[in-house]
Design a binder for this molecule. Structure first.
Ligand code: AGP
Length: 602
């Protein structure tokens, strides 16, 4: 998830672009760059690391007077966070910045650009070279740009400038946001969100998927499928923090609603036909190990626990899961024929990093499932699969967990396929379910409203049990952690089958039990567990596609045919439940007490 800004006008372009990128810092970045075209000359600057590095690099650069400019903060998906991979990317006479993933960049390179010397490892660079390829056979820059966009598959928000037409910014939008702003001085502004435009643009237009065009001072031409469109403007908010939250109350709420789109990015370029393609693992022999050990902390541990069911069920590989802080000191027996997988959103969790180093010292092949490229864990592991959740501002992890689960599910199918452990019919069934998940993750507003209403009943009591079976047991652990983290109420996740081995002694009307009752997995078993609790007067919130007459509260989910679809839908519900209870209690949802976003100490 990158951030892009653009500007046409008389203002000092460096200041506007860098100020705009600063407003996009919340989207996360590992490198940044700008390009300014003025009086026919293009000046470009790029820097890795903090935005301040780019500010320092450009402090002697002045760009007063009429001109155009583009700026970009990068969150790496293809290619390491290096200056060469930072945007803008350039050709002979043009520069481009891009947010999203061009799925068919390799095919474009092979078909149109076999002799072009690429300077970066990114998918983005094909855009500027393809544009320049078409310029040679087009009567205008726009015709070349239109041909370029027509060949792109995937998600993109693009700004492109060229010396061929020095007063024009070409733009295109598909599947990721791009906002165009204007004011009454004829200036034109672009941004990945409202934030960079506040204080400059008076009104904005939220471009739609498939729209593209070109902008000059005072004039914007918009097209869709080669047909001219009208731009619909609306007044721009003046509250920057409100804009960064995209109108949600908290970053955590925004990130729950973002899960559908970020999981779509997690999938980008990793599904070819009915096969999982993980280029990042090209150098890893996934048939060369005879077991998997997963190691992580907190929410990432819960993702690992859920994934262990998938590795044994789909990949037919024995899988164990460890809590990193325990693993480090238990004098574990480590086998070099075991693949060691660490899962970490931040890539900086001390216990997980040290566990990774222990595994490497013992000669185990290591793989990181991580959200931050160039983090300590990524730099240490033999290979990495990036989860592509974008920056997660809420301390309580939501979209990072969702993208970890998707990445691990993809990995279990990839390993199963390469080990001939999954037949074609089963693979087709899994792929169909997997591709449906972005839709499953779209928040059902009616369910959110119902959770808001019923949350008022759960503000006291002597505690919560979240119970589930199979992959819904790790989900129960995760639901309990979410609630604990942001409401400060006691909650624990438990295997539903274990309640009768002691915890059911706690059952009374003051004990709130959140029961995850999927229809596609062990329904009769979980149903009898819940009936045992109901018979002892426990207050029950049942989450299930099947109405359950003994529940005190009931959230009806959709009738899915695959357990993972039920898993992801129930995940959203437990996240929203924790959010609404925390809001009612007046807590700081995004910055809960005593917690840090990254636990870099033991
Ligand atoms: C999750 O909501 C928590 N913030 C915490 O448990 C977190 O998952 C844990 O600290 C691990 O962090 P990591 O994924 O960055 O390694």
């Amino acid at each position: 998830m990158c951030g892009i800004v653009g500007y046409i006008g008389e203002k000092e372009k460096r200041d506007f672009l860098l100020g705009g990128l600063k407003e996009l810092e919340y989207r996360g970045y590992d490198s940044a760059g700008i390009a300014v075209l003025k009086e026919g000359e293009i000046s470009s600057f790029k820097a890795t690391g903090k935005l301040s590095n780019l500010v320092s690099k450009t402090e002697d650069f002045s760009s007063e007077g009429f001109g155009i400019g583009i700026g970009h903060t990068r969150w790496a998906t293809h290619g390491k966070p290096t200056e060469a991979n930072a945007h803008p990317h350039w050709g002979q006479f043009s520069y481009v910045i891009h947010n999203g993933i061009i799925e068919n960049y390799k095919e474009i390179k092979e078909q149109f650009l076999p002799h072009i010397p690429f300077l970066s490892q990114t998918d983005t660079e094909v855009i500027v070279h393809l544009f320049e390829y078409f310029v040679n056979e087009s009567t205008s820059g726009f015709e070349a740009f239109e041909k370029t966009v027509a060949h792109l598959h995937g998600a993109y928000a693009i700004l492109l400038i060229t010396q061929k037409e020095p007063d024009v910014i070409f733009f295109a939008k598909n599947a990721v946001p791009l906002i165009l702003g204007r004011n009454n001085t004829g200036e034109i502004f672009f941004g990945s969100s409202d934030a960079p435009l506040i204080g400059f643009a008076k009104e904005v237009s939220y471009l739609e998927d498939g729209q593209y065009g070109f902008a000059k001072a005072n004039v914007v031409s918009l097209f869709e499928n080669k047909i001219a469109q009208n731009l619909h403007y609306k007044p721009l908010t003046h509250d920057k923090l409100f804009a960064q939250k995209d109108g949600y109350r908290y970053f955590m709420e925004k990130e729950i609603y973002e899960q559908s789109s970020v999981v779509t990015e997690t999938l980008m370029g990793r599904i070819k036909g009915n096969e999982v393609v993980l280029d990042e693992l090209a150098g890893m022999d996934v048939t060369g190990f005879n077991a998997i050990k997963i190691c992580a902390c907190g929410t990432s541990y819960h993702a690992g626990l859920a994934a262990s069911y998938l590795f044994e069920r789909l990949s037919k590989v024995r899988c164990s899961v460890e809590i990193a802080s325990e693993f480090r000191y238990k004098e574990p027996l480590l086998d070099p024929k075991t693949l060691f997988i660490v899962i970490s959103q931040s890539g900086e969790t001390a216990d997980t990093l040290e566990a990774l180093k222990m595994a490497q010292k013992s000669g185990m092949p290591t793989l990181a499932i991580c959200n931050v490229d160039n983090s300590s864990i990524v730099r240490t592991a033999d290979a990495t699969l990036l989860t592509r959740a974008g920056i997660e501002k809420g301390v309580a992890s939501t979209k990072a967990f969702a993208t970890q689960m998707m990445t691990l599910w993809l990995l279990s199918l990839y390993v199963g396929h390469h080990r001939n452990a999954i037949g074609t019919e089963k693979m087709n069934e899994e792929m169909k379910a997997l591709l449906h998940i972005p839709l499953v993750l779209k928040v059902d507003e009616a369910i959110h409203e119902k959770l808001h209403r019923l949350s008022k009943r759960y503000l006291h009591g002597h505690g919560f049990f979240f119970i589930g079976r199979d992959i819904f047991f790790p989900l129960a652990l995760e639901g309990a952690l979410k609630l604990k983290e942001i409401s400060y109420l006691h909650a624990e996740g438990y295997p539903a089958g274990e309640m009768k081995h002691g915890p059911i002694a706690l059952a009374d009307s003051e004990l709130f039990t959140i029961a995850l009752m999927p229809r596609t997995l062990l329904y009769d078993k979980i149903k009898s567990n819940v009936q045992e609790l109901s018979a002892r007067d426990s207050t029950l919130l049942v989450i299930s596609p099947e109405p359950f007459e003994l529940s005190d509260d009931f959230i009806q989910t959709h009738a899915h045919t695959h357990p993972m679809a039920e898993f992801f839908e129930m995940m959203v519900i437990t996240q929203l439940l924790a959010l609404e209870i925390s809001i009612r209690l007046g807590n700081d949802v995004d910055m809960p007490r005593n917690l840090a976003k990254s636990v870099t100490v033991e």
